[in-house]
Design a protein around this ligand. Sequence first.
Ligand code: GSH
Length: 219
Amino acid sequence: MIELVQFPWSPFCIVQRRILEFAGVRFKIVNIPNGDRSLVWKLTKQRYYGVPVLKDGKSVIFEVSDDSQVIAKYLDSKFSLGLFPAEWEGVQSILWRYIENDIEGPCFRLTDIHWRELMPPRDRLLFLRHKERKFGRGCLDQWRTQEAALLQQLEQALLPFEEMLTHQPFLLGDRPRFVDFDLYGMLGDFLYTGHYSLPPVHPQIQQWHRRVATIKRSP
Ligand SMILES: N[C@@H](CCC(=O)N[C@@H](CS)C(=O)NCC(=O)O)C(=O)O
């Protein structure tokens, strides 16, 4: 059975989880602590420490760069999901870079603000150190003071998607493509703590979100 190694609020893990649910296949979730990547390290033969990682029998699948979509493309081809059609090739690459930068940026910060709720005390030291080494000392406190501005930044960054969804049910037409799951994953991280909801100024995105949350591929 396919195993998804993850932690539950990771935006990139939510993308793959929803794709697996959409595919309608049986899979097992293996949650690891944010601060302990030893399982990932072992599975990938010491080549990767990030999540998600997918284990499918003897194959272990993981990303090879910030902009690769190795896992999604593997699932797409294994289950014929139609997420990467040739006619949308370049357009999807441009969109997922925007989604994984401009949308993910405010989303993960707004979730990280609530870091003490997200993990048990034993994981907090490593998390704080990891964040401060990457984003500077006091970054989590600083993001908390910037909460309103981050929410506004997210609202503005979502506007192009609201426009795209005005005349069609999914971002690129009448069926979901990879970028729908990608955006869903980033927003899944933002919604995870329960402190926020989708901006009411974007009603099309709210309806789209309900669609992507439940859709199963047609048999
Ligand atoms: N582009 C990668 C990004 C994955 C990523 O950034 N994962 C984060 C968790 S959300 C991670 O594990 N980063 C490495 C770390 O925390 O040390 C993907 O799509 O999987």
